[in-house]
Design a protein around this ligand. Structure first.
Ligand SMILES: CC(C)(COP(=O)(O)OP(=O)(O)OC[C@H]1O[C@@H](n2cnc3c(N)ncnc32)[C@H](O)[C@@H]1OP(=O)(O)O)[C@@H](O)C(=O)NCCC(=O)NCCS
Length: 189
């Protein structure tokens, strides 16, 4: 998996650079861009409970992401194309539990205009690669809705494999678990 280049931003937080993308830690100034992504019904087709209704909800969501970074030192990144200031998506890790086990939930969501270019794969690989160094004991988990083939492909190409023991019923129905627990580099429990 290609490693991303890591540069610390002004707040000593990691910025990840890939061949075509830059992943930066979100700020409240990204709120409108996040609403444009998560407020678009196409991006939540498989996860309708993730729909963000308005600017206030988006601001609360980004506020929670910033808080997660403050609390845990990692979280979601805003994804931009190299050389562009426009946020085209978000990708990253959220601390949660699955089947009672602590996991880092991997998420990726991009505006439809950039789908099909391999960006989600590139961003997810950068995040999983970063976690392999920064959170080496962590279980990385992608929860994939059964009919979300693009999401399943991205999880696989990020190095995760089906882990049915962590399958769960999520807010929008069954979620299939893909994790790094079978990876020999995974040193966690
Ligand atoms: C899932 C998502 C992030 C994929 O983004 P993307 O940048 O288009 O993905 P990639 O270009 O990296 O493609 C990854 C793989 O999915 C496949 N794929 C992409 N869109 C697809 C579709 N609609 N149906 C089937 N396969 C698809 C690609 O062909 C590629 O497969 P390959 O490796 O076998 O060639 C994007 O579709 C999205 O934002 N969806 C809404 C949010 C979402 O469902 N996120 C996941 C759960 S939170």
């Amino acid at each position: 998996m290609p490693a991303a280049r890591l540069v610390l931003d002004a707040n000593q937080r990691p910025t990840l650079s890939t061949a075509r993308l830059r992943l930066g830690v979100p700020a409240l100034s990204d709120t409108a861009a996040i609403l444009a992504i998560a407020g678009d019904p196409r991006t939540v087709e498989h996860n309708p409970s993730d729909l963000v209704a308005d600017l206030l909800e988006a601001e609360e969501l980004v506020g929670r992401w910033v808080q997660h970074w403050d609390d845990r030192g990692f979280g979601y990144w805003c994804v931009r194309e190299v050389g562009s200031a426009t946020v085209v998506g978000y990708c990253g890790l959220k601390s949660m539990h699955a089947q009672g086990q602590p996991v880092l939930n991997l998420i990726y969501r991009l505006i439809p205009a950039v789908w099909g270019r391999g960006y989600a794969t590139e961003a997810a690989q950068a995040v999983v690669s970063w976690a392999g160094t920064a959170q080496p004991k962590a279980t990385i988990l992608a929860r994939v809705r059964p009919d979300n083939e693009a999401s399943r492909r991205v999880a696989l190409k990020a190095g995760l494999r089906p882990d049915p023991a962590l399958d769960e019923n999520g807010q929008d129905g069954p979620d299939l678990a893909f994790s790094n627990r079978g990876d020999p580099r995974h040193t966690g429990g």
